[in-house]
Ligand binder design. Sequence first.
Ligand code: NDP
Length: 246
Amino acid sequence: MTKLNGKTALVTGASRGIGAGIAKRLAADGASVAITYTKGADAAAAVVKEIEQAGGKAIAIQADAADAKAAVAAVEKTVAAFGRLDILVNNAGTAIPKPFEETTLEDMNRVIDINLRGVFVTTQAALKHLPDGGRIITIGSSVGERVMTPGLVAYSATKGAVKMFSQGLAREVGPRGITVNTVQPGPIDTDLNPAAGDWATPQIATTSLKRYGRVDDIAAMVAFVAGPEASYITGANLTVDGGTNA
Ligand code: NDP
């Protein structure tokens, strides 16, 4: 598949999990891909190697989404490496699951800084480079619309916020043909949310399909939204959650 030939994508937080799956899929579709990470230099290098071995182009950039300067620098490094930026995927995110009354100000700041502030800063930097027809895709969460399990108050607040961020921004950049969408995963088997264990059981129960999803389920939706067939989809919240919010 080569529908993204000649395009460049930046995927934040893509050394593991959903981001790594998205990066590999966009590369398979023909895009040159930059990925960011914080600590996992070896894992990020392995993603780059896998893309290169499959005939694609990729680079890894260390950039904490909570660090505004690093986030902006990641955008600039992507453009310096590949000469353009067409697709931004705001994927970097974290959760600190615990009851709200035990959630510290530090916990709240952390999830806001990565999940929301990081999206603001990275998107603003990317918009300086995105051409007409560019794509901004943010990984929200099914809990940005409905929360089925306790312990996710701060996290779900940030995911609800990025949903409205996308809707608001869609109105501003639509005249340039730039689309802005949120992809909202349900439970997806990653290090952040493993499909086995005590925390998984209530999440499986809330899905209609009675199972976790895979990273590739999210990558497929992102690839579609990034591609030419999705040019009339903007301001949308595209939920891929096994029917959790059905
Ligand atoms: P993982 O924790 O499995 O992977 C996170 C990735 O992001 C790693 O590559 C990690 O790199 C990187 N990362 C973490 N913190 C930062 C940061 N501050 N700046 C830049 N990169 C960072 O997460 P998932 O793949 O599960 O989640 C990806 C996104 O999907 C998140 O936005 C999450 O909220 C969302 N999501 C996930 C769901 C799930 O069930 N898994 C459900 C709904 C939404 P490093 O190792 O170097 O830190």
